[in-house]
Design a protein. Structure first.
Length: 132
């Protein structure tokens, strides 16, 4: 914390339970192979069964451990990964938004636009214009 004159007057921090963090790390280690697979293959259709097989967990166990580690479902993680890749792709002014949507694994431009706007607060075209 700083005072009115800009001088440091205090330090603030948080304390986290080691046991809780160790448990979260354990969940991540169990699903790490699936996360790596998602990051390498998010452009294509990925099933929960396919991901759970990579971890040696049942689909239900995998889904639960994934949610424990990330706070979102594997499907939401895949979608967010695609949206973030879309942000990078929109910087490339040579590819159309429609082509980018298909490259990212969306079924059409409308689906990409709807999800992009929901997560980013602007349409892909508005996002691209802000970059330019």
């Amino acid at each position: 914390m700083v005072g009115r004159d800009g001088a440091v007057i205090g330090v603030m921090g948080t304390v986290r339970s080691y046991a809780r963090q160790a448990k979260l790390n354990q969940h991540f280690v169990q699903i790490e192979a699936a996360v790596d697979f998602i990051r390498d293959n998010f452009r294509r259709k990925i099933s929960i069964g396919e991901l759970s097989q990579r971890t040696g967990l049942s689909p239900r166990q995998f889904d639960r451990k994934f949610k424990d580690a990330f706070g979102i479902s594997p499907q939401q993680f895949i979608l967010k990964t695609r949206i973030l890749a879309g942000c990078d792709g929109l910087a490339n002014l040579q590819s159309s938004i429609s082509d980018l949507a298909f490259e990212l694994g969306f079924c059409d431009q409308s689906s990409f636009t709807r999800h992009f706007q929901k997560h980013m607060g602007v349409t892909p075209l508005q996002y691209r214009k802000r970059l330019g």
